[in-house]
Structures are given as C-alpha cells and as structure tokens.
Ligand binder design. Structure first.
Ligand SMILES: [Zn+2]
Ligand SMILES: [Zn+2]
Length: 387
C-alpha cells in the first residue's frame, strides 16, 4: 500500500467523515458494487482498490472480554442514534438530515455521539448494484402467482438502500458428555373379554427403557449472528437471506463504505457471545439426543463445555427496502453479495378469491361424485328387490 493511500485510510478511520474527494475534480468518490472500485459521481474518474486478507485473524476469547481485547481493536466513532427505533448509524459530523435505514424516520440536525467501539476486522464489499437489487426484487415478486399483477410496477422502491450491517462470527470447540434413557416401543397381544363376555385380543404398546451415555464433539466455525437489533426487529425473516460466502470477506477497508450506509452494532460482544453459547448448547443437545436414539426418551442430561472460543466483527452488505402498495407497508431484503431475497409481499384479493372459489368447486364436485356413486347403489338395490 502506498503512503498516500495509507494516509487516506488513516484519515477515514480517525475523522468520522466518510468522505474521499476525487483527485481530479474534488467531488465525492463512492464505492461501486459492479466494478469493485471507487468512482467519482461527478467526472466519472475511477480509482482501483486492492483488497487484502491478512489481518482477518480470529480474536481469542477465554474469560473476561473487556480485559482481553487489545485496545487497538477499538475505534472512536461519531454515531447517530435513531430517536424512534434506536438503530445506530455512522454519520458525517455535518450531516443536516438523516433517514434511519431501518424504520425510515427522519431526523434534522441529528445529534451525534462519540462512542468507543470494536472496529470491524473484515468487510464484505457490496457486489450487487442498486439496479441488480431491483432486478432481483422484481424477479422475486414475479415468482409469486398470488401477487397482484401490477405489483412489480406499482411498488415504490424509492427507499431501497444499501447498508453494511454489523455481525459477530463465533468459533468454538464443543465437548459434550451426555446420558439418558432411551425408550423402544414393542407390542404385546393382550386378551380379555368384551362387554358381552366374549374373549377378545388386542395389541398393546409397551416401552423398553435402557440407560445409555456417551460423548459428542464438534467444532463450530463462523457461527454468524446479526449484531443489529434493528435488523432482527424490523425483518422477521432476515435469517433467510444471510447465505453469505464468508471466504470473500476482506480486511476492513473504510473506503468500501464510501457512498453507503453503515450501521454500528447495538448487540455488544457480551450479548452476542451469550447468544452464540445458547445456539451451540441447543445444537449439542439435539446432536446428543440423536445419538441416544430410540422411539422416545427421558432424563437426557447434556453437559457441554466450550474451548478455543474466538470471534470476529464483520460488516456484511444488505439491501433493505420498505415499500408501499395500495397504502400498506411491506419490507424486503436482498443479500448484497448473493442476491437472495426475502420479505413480505401483498396477495391479490381477486387471485386469492379465485383460489378459494376453485377450492369450493373441487370440494363440491367431489361431494357430487360421492353422492352420485351412492345414489347409484340405491337405485340398483331397488331394482334387485323388484320382482
Ligand atoms: Zn471527479
Ligand atoms: Zn430508526
């Protein structure tokens, strides 16, 4: 890396201004998803970016997080907290207005706060341009035949915005000791008498209980947790679009944030780690239950211990949009790397009505055929009994 670039990078980290002027004309440079380089919004000049993957080491976690973390991992940043939903976004000190990327509320002259934060170790640069994100959305809308026909055209996508969303990834080696009772069903023939004193036999289910124990070991690699409460609060099925290929994560470079929004974590490392522990313990329990087997189980005890814990703080790209259709609000997300889409979409009243009517028609026809068949039998019976 040349000294000039290094100076720009340092300045981008230390001042809060997510700004880099074009060397040619002084206008704002932005990171372009389709070309993976910086481009000038005014004169069209471009500047190549080289990414590295050298500093992406895992941070070890053994005990107390606060005492362990190297102070150089932290960075002070100017943050804006949304007054209505609490999401925290990085902001230029002189930004006159801010639209919250999550709830859409607007703040004039937002008050920024300097906050000490863990600096991201890596970032996945946006790959999907705005046009590509819109295209994915239209295709997704098109795959639902219950959606209104004019939806792709009528949905207002003005507030579609690309945002780097904060995540934690956790690694851990898990060892579980388990023991429990496994029940296997078998059937016996029981004989008795019915109400009128006749001998009858019937099958009765019994359970054979046996005690088992064992161990289970697994390595959890890059368990991905959103560090943004705004994301999980506003997008119920956010998980569906998080199919990131983390092999493409590069060393954190603030230049890829130029021209994009970047949210700052509000689920801190402690809370993230606790969530990761819960997920791992549940998966270990499921794995041990699988090992115990049987038709039913009781008293399964699983004792899981974790070692070689480490974490990374990453920024990953996501397109977010709240759109209105006939006065109602819907949300959708597009993965900024893979293009996967998830969200809510309106159903066409007429198409749903048609489907219901069709269902009634099928049920009616079935009933008619059934009636007809039975009616037929009755007629034949009549014939048989006639002389
Ligand atoms: Zn320029
Ligand atoms: Zn908000």
């Amino acid at each position: 890396m040349d000294p000039a670039t290094e100076a720009t990078l340092r300045q981008l980290r230390e001042t809060d201004l997510l700004r880099a002027p074009c060397p040619g004309c002084g206008a704002q440079l932005v990171f372009q998803a389709d070309t993976q380089q910086l481009g000038c919004t005014h004169c069209g000049a471009t500047q190549a970016l080289e990414f590295s993957q050298n500093r992406l080491k895992e941070n070890e976690l053994t005990g107390d997080i606060d005492q362990e973390l190297d102070p150089s991992r932290y960075v002070e940043q100017q943050l804006f907290s949304c007054p209505s939903c609490g999401a925290r976004t990085r902001v230029a000190a002189d930004a006159p207005t801010l639209n919250c990327g999550f709830c859409g509320s607007r703040a004039i002259n937002p008050e920024a706060q300097r906050t000490r934060l863990i600096e991201p170790a890596g970032v996945l640069p946006f790959r999907l341009s705005r046009e590509a994100a819109v295209e994915r959305f239209r295709r997704w809308i098109g795959t639902s035949w219950l959606a209104p026909n004019d939806l792709a055209k009528a949905a207002n996508l003005d507030n579609l915005h690309g945002m780097y969303v904060p995540f934690w990834t956790f690694d851990a080696e898990a060892h579980s000791d388990w023991d429990g009772e496994r029940g296997d069903y078998y059937y016996v023939t029981v004989s008795g008498t019915d109400g009128r004193g006749n001998r009858v036999t019937r099958q009765e289910r019994r359970t054979n209980w046996t005690h088992h124990s064992g161990t289970h070991d697994d390595f959890y690699d890059d368990l991905l947790l959103p560090a943004s409460r705004g994301l999980t609060r506003h997008h119920k099925n956010a998980e569906e679009v998080l199919d990131y290929d983390l092999q493409e994560v590069v060393d954190y470079d603030p230049r890829v944030l130029l021209g994009w929004e970047a949210e700052v974590y509000d689920l801190d490392l402690h809370a993230g780690r606790a969530q990761a522990h819960d997920i791992i313990r549940q998966r270990e329990r499921d794995a041990c239950s699988e090992l115990l087997g049987g038709d039913t189980q009781r008293d399964l005890r699983v004792d899981t211990s974790l070692s070689y814990e480490s974490f990374k703080h990453l920024l990953l790209p996501l397109w977010l949009c709240a759109y209105t259709y006939r006065g109602k609000l819907y949300h959708f997300l597009v993965n900024g790397q893979t293009g996967k889409v998830s969200g809510s979409r309106p159903l066409s009243f007429w198409k749903v009505l048609l489907l219901v009517l069709l269902g009634l028609l099928v049920a009616g026809a079935a009933l008619y055929i059934w009636n007809d068949a039975h009616g037929h039998t009755t007629v034949r019976t009549h014939f048989n009994y006639r002389p």
